[in-house]
Design a protein around this ligand. Structure first.
Ligand SMILES: [Zn+2]
Length: 369
């Protein structure tokens, strides 16, 4: 979040799929829709092109846990009118995410109760909805959508955007150093992008209609994505997003800073906008950023300390204060923004250039030589 996060051009294919999902799910909620009328001919009429229709029909006829997605859709289409009315309202409220990120607070909240919570048989309907909608990501995106990266309908599977193409284009877009040997960088922690996985910013388990929503997908490192960091934590407070950043809809836009705070013996995350204090706090809690960055800060400090000791032991030269300053400058001048944890290492460089700290450090090094 320290640097801008952008959507890739192929987000157009995700947007087109989101439109398909929304249109199809709202059709299921229509009073006249029924399981019996949900057939290939109906799909042909609902879809714009033959490939979209073929793709959706094949998708619906695939199975999970011995049940086709068509059966799940038919179950929903056969719900009584009152349940369909609740579902329609919930679908609209849970997918219109942009509405919750207005610049001027509106007090609008995303629903935090499930669409059938008030019904005794609600769990059965919810499972059908959840399994069907999550499959658009788990099966649909993984195997290839019905759309080309630019959002136009594909004519065959080879043209279609899939999980790997989306993930790779996002990673490439956010690399400062595009060389093939360069380490890839996580857009959240700015560390190395190891074991990348696509995070659903708003959890798809609770909001499955956002499973392929372009605004909701962020490829990040596994350490950021898993517990005890983001894991299954919420990114809203009882449905309100006011106190939260969002990678696409409310980015800090370069207002975050990380510095070393001697009284805390660690790295702290702050914002130049006082009004964002709570959002910074929530972002830090969500990913345990200060704790993780402090670990990196101390590790890099130790590495630099040892390299200075090693060099002077080998050469036998006196380690003057001036020589120490020169070595810190040499190391700091070599830091480049395209490298993982550039901002943490920059915070270390700034803290080491503090005159008092430099004197203490120099004394410690002399003792060890
Ligand atoms: Zn990360």
């Amino acid at each position: 979040m320290l640097r801008p996060i952008r959507k890739t051009d192929c987000a157009a294919a995700l947007n087109a799929t989101q439109k398909m999902i929304q249109g199809f799910s709202l059709w299921l909620c229509k009073p006249k829709s029924s399981g019996a009328t949900l057939n290939k001919a109906k799909i042909d009429r609902l879809m714009q092109t033959p490939y979209e229709s073929l793709w959706l029909w094949n998708f619906l006829n695939s199975t999970k846990e011995g049940k086709t997605h068509l059966e799940r859709a038919q179950h929903l289409a056969d719900l009584p009118t009152d349940k369909k009315r609740h579902l329609k309202k919930w679908i609209i409220a849970s997918t219109n995410v942009e509405a919750y990120f207005d610049l001027i607070p509106t007090g609008k909240k995303i629903p935090i109760t499930l669409p059938f919570a008030q019904y005794t048989d609600g769990d059965i309907h919810w499972k059908n909805l959840k399994d069907l909608m999550e499959a658009f990501y788990i099966k649909g995106l993984k195997e290839g959508l019905a759309y080309q990266p630019n959002g136009t309908a594909a004519t065959n599977k080879k043209e279609a955007l899939n999980y790997h193409a989306f993930r790779d284009s996002f990673i490439a877009l956010h690399q400062k150093d595009r060389h093939e040997y360069a380490r890839e960088i996580c857009v959240i922690c700015n560390g190395e992008l190891r074991n990348v996985s696509v995070d659903h910013w708003i959890a798809k388990a609770a909001y499955p209609l956002l499973s392929v929503c372009a605004n909701n997908l962020v490829p990040i490192c596994s350490e950021c994505n898993q517990s005890p960091n983001k894991g299954a934590k919420s990114v809203h407070t009882d449905g309100s997003f006011e106190d939260w950043f969002h990678p696409h809809l409310r980015h800090p836009d370069g207002t975050l800073n990380i510095t070393y705070e001697p009284t805390k013996f660690g790295v702290v995350l702050t914002s130049t906008r006082p009004s964002d204090t709570k959002r910074v706090e929530n972002l830090n809690t969500l990913f345990n950023l200060e704790q993780r960055w402090t670990r990196e800060f101390k590790g890099e400090y130790r590495k630099l300390y040892n390299s200075i000791l090693t060099r002077h032991r080998k050469t036998g030269q006196e380690l003057t204060l001036k020589a120490l300053c020169q070595q810190i400058d040499f190391w700091a001048d070599g830091l480049t923004i395209g490298q993982p944890h550039f901002e943490v290492h920059k915070a270390l460089a700034d803290s080491l250039r503090d005159a008092n700290r430099l004197m203490v450090w120099h004394t410690d090094l002399i003792k060890e030589l």
